[in-house]
Design a protein around this ligand. Structure first.
Ligand SMILES: [Zn+2]
Length: 326
């Protein structure tokens, strides 16, 4: 995921650290507030285990064995949960003129239902930690525990719950490949170098006339002290969906995560979901002042920095959104 401009003034960072202490959350309090849910209980331990399972393959960089093995794992897992699963893609060139076999993983629940919701996350890992504070690390891969694995893990846990109790709507999960291989630090970034999987999917979806009521993309939904702001593309393309999701998040006890603060334009997979005609939003750890998740595209985006509370806040909120649809 890329932001058009990421200039992080030092004072913003200091302010960010300063307020972290003030926003320590009490999970039990959140759980107590979450009464009257129509959705099944989202299990954060399970989502954490799915995050770890992906990280354990090594960085899921296109063209590597870890990428291949993780794709196989995700397909098997989603089939085990009762979804119709397929892999979609073609040979795809990245901005640095390398070529990879793109693998979007599509999992369909309740295919006969016309009313559908699309839930997505990227499963690939960025090959370089170019935001690391140490320039010596910039060319190195990183675990991508949050930036990739967390969103996929939340989807796997939702799929497990759906198998046990079917919602009224059909659900399509798409795990994007080649989201995070984009060109960074460019004064005039080319947004088409990012999100190659969702760009491919959008072409196919347009050709097939794919329909869903709306789409929700999950990106970096497992970091500590996460704050999900309302980005410009989401607000403009799908204001009702933004309101629905943020209102439910607030109602069931996760107001500190789903903050009703507007933020700027973020290039992420929801851009292409919207171009396919599905009103779509992004749930992403980002704030205009503090930027992305603190360990974004660094060596520290690892399992030790995954917070189950954030997985829970995200997963329970999205599950509740799904189960309230009639
Ligand atoms: Zn990223």
């Amino acid at each position: 995921m890329n932001k058009k401009l990421l200039i992080l003034p030092l004072f913003a960072l200091i302010a960010f650290y300063a307020c972290q202490n003030k926003t320590n959350r009490n999970v039990d309090e959140n759980v107590e507030k979450a009464t009257g849910l129509v959705s099944p209980d989202f299990n954060a331990d399970s989502a954490y285990a799915y995050t770890k399972a992906q990280v354990d393959f090594g960085p899921r960089i296109p063209g590597t064995t870890a990428h291949q093995k993780c794709a196989d794992y995700l397909v098997v897992k989603l089939r085990t949960f009762g979804a119709e699963v397929s892999i979609q893609g073609e040979q795809t060139q990245t901005y640095d003129r390398k070529s990879f076999q793109l693998k979007n993983i599509v999992a369909i629940f309740n295919p006969g239902q016309k009313k559908r919701i699309l839930i997505t996350a990227h499963w690939d890992a960025r090959p370089f930690s170019d935001q690391d504070t140490d320039p010596a690390n910039h060319a190195k891969p990183f675990d991508a525990a949050n930036d990739g694995a967390s969103g996929v893990a939340v989807i796997l846990e939702m799929a497990r719950q759906i198998q046990q109790k079917q919602p009224d709507v059909g659900v399509d999960f798409v795990l994007w490949d080649l989201e995070d291989y984009g060109k960074a630090n460019d004064e005039t970034p080319d947004e088409t170098t990012w999100c190659l999987g969702s760009q491919y999917w959008a072409k196919k979806a347009n050709a097939k006339g794919y329909k869903a009521l709306y789409g929700i993309n999950l990106d970096m939904v497992g970091g500590g002290n996460a704050q999900f702001t309302q980005d410009e593309i989401s607000r403009q393309a799908a204001p009702n969906v933004v309101n629905k999701v943020w209102n439910i998040g607030n109602e069931i006890g996760y107001a500190s995560y789903f903050t009703k603060i507007p933020s700027g334009k973020l290039v992420d997979d929801h851009l292409w979901m919207n171009k396919a005609g599905i009103p779509s939003i992004d749930i992403i750890h980002y704030n205009d002042n503090s930027g992305f998740y603190i360990n974004w595209h660094t060596q520290l985006d690892n399992l030790a920095n995954i917070d189950k509370n954030t997985l829970k806040a995200t997963g329970q909120t999205v599950l509740e959104v799904i189960y309230r649809e009639k």
